[in-house]
Design a protein. Structure first.
Length: 248
């Protein structure tokens, strides 16, 4: 049976905190250590970014002409827009109160994933960037925790043509983020032609049920009993290459 265990006793994470050690203490306190087969640890992007020092003081940001012009269109702080442009490879959509970009890692998302909520700095003039390399961050966490747990770093994305946000994986280690079922068969013996399962995204979404999206204060979740298939690939495997873009 698959079980979702929230870890709610973590302190506010600061730059240079020993995040693996804090996570292990939390797992031990919850009676979830040592790891068992099928364990996946999901941690929010926010605590990884904070531990990696990705918090930026907007007072230190000087917006360029492109950011000032775009900020007038989207009605956002020009300093924030400057950070968004620095973190992105392209602007996908820019209208009042909406700025969708293609992040330098390939994710299409609002504001290049830059966040100003739940960052533990009193909000205000602070902004939090995504980890520099989320797959590398997930691998480092997995290694520091002994290499037995699979690790997924989650974020919340909106989706075209549907309201609301869901949890997605932006970093992963220790499991195949994308499970290719093409060439197999369904129950009627029909060949599967296009079925690829976004396993890391499914795990992230399941964890978000326990993490919440507001003031719940649950930045990490352990999923136990998941039948993890063999193989390993980072969350970058989930990003569709530009040449396969179906809607441009």
């Amino acid at each position: 049976m698959i079980a979702i265990h929230p870890l709610s006793d973590l302190p506010e994470i600061r730059a240079a905190d020993d995040l693996p050690l804090l996570l292990r203490h939390s797992l031990e306190s919850a009676g979830l250590w040592p790891p068992a087969a099928g364990d996946v640890l999901i941690v929010t992007q926010k605590i990884v970014s904070k531990a990696e020092g990705r918090l930026v003081d907007l007072e230190t940001v000087e917006p360029g002409p492109a950011a000032v012009e775009l900020a007038a269109t989207v009605r956002k702080d020009p300093r924030l827009v400057e950070l968004v442009l620095r973190e992105s490879s392209a602007v996908v959509r820019a209208v009042p109160n909406v700025l969708i970009t293609r992040h330098r890692l390939g994710h299409v998302m609002a504001n290049s994933g830059i966040d100003r909520s739940n960052i533990g700095a009193g909000g205000g003039e602070q902004a939090l960037l995504l980890p520099e390399d989320p797959d590398a961050s997930a691998l480092a966490l997995r290694s520091a925790l002994g290499g037995e747990l699979a690790v997924v770093i989650s974020d919340s994305f909106g989706r075209p043509w549907r309201h609301g946000v869901v949890g997605v994986a932006i970093g992963a280690a220790g499991l195949p983020s994308l499970v290719d079922r093409r060439g197999g068969q369904d129950r009627d013996g029909r060949r599967l032609e296009v079925t690829q399962i976004a396993l890391a995204d499914q795990v992230a979404t399941a964890a978000t049920l326990a993490m919440g999206e507001g003031d719940e204060g649950v930045p990490a979740v352990l999923i136990r009993g998941l039948p993890v298939p063999a193989g390993e690939s980072g969350a970058s495997a989930l990003v569709r290459p530009l040449e396969e873009d179906l809607f441009r």
